[in-house]
Design a protein around this ligand. Structure first.
Ligand code: TYC
Length: 103
C-alpha cells in the first residue's frame, strides 16, 4: 500500500542535450565551358530536382556567378558535390560545386 507519511521527491526529468546538426549549402558555380543542358542534367540526376527548378538554379549561376542548390547535412552535401563533380569530370567539363557551412 502507498504510504502517505513519506514525502517523495519528484523524479527529475533529464532532457537529453541533442546538438542540432550544422547545415551546409551546396553551391553551384558558373563557368564558360559547361553546356547549360549538362548543368540541368546534373541537377536533375544528382539533386533530384525537377526540370523547372533545375533550369532556374542553372540560370541563376549562369547570370550571377553562383547559386545555392540545396541546404543539408555535411555528409549529404559532400557526397552530392562529389557525385556531381565526378559526372562533370567524366564528361570533360569543368563544372564546379562546393559545400560550405551555413552561417
Ligand atoms: N555559362 C555556361 C554556358 O554559357 C552554362 C553554365 C551555367 C555553366 C551554370 C555552369 O553553373 C553553371 N555554357
Amino acid at each position: 500500500m502507498p504510504r502517505d507519511d513519506i514525502a517523495l521527491k519528484p523524479k527529475q526529468i533529464v532532457k537529453p542535450k541533442l546538438e542540432k546538426p550544422k547545415l551546409y549549402k551546396v553551391i553551384l558555380f558558373n563557368d564558360d565551358y559547361t553546356p547549360r543542358e549538362f548543368v540541368v542534367l546534373v541537377l536533375k540526376v544528382v539533386f533530384r530536382m525537377g526540370a523547372d527548378i533545375s533550369q532556374r538554379v542553372m540560370m541563376t549561376a549562369h547570370k550571377l556567378g553562383s547559386s545555392v542548390v540545396v541546404v543539408c547535412t555535411k555528409d549529404i552535401a559532400e557526397t552530392k558535390v562529389k557525385e556531381a563533380m565526378d559526372l562533370a569530370k567524366d564528361a570533360g567539363f569543368p563544372l564546379m560545386f562546393k559545400a560550405e557551412p551555413e552561417e
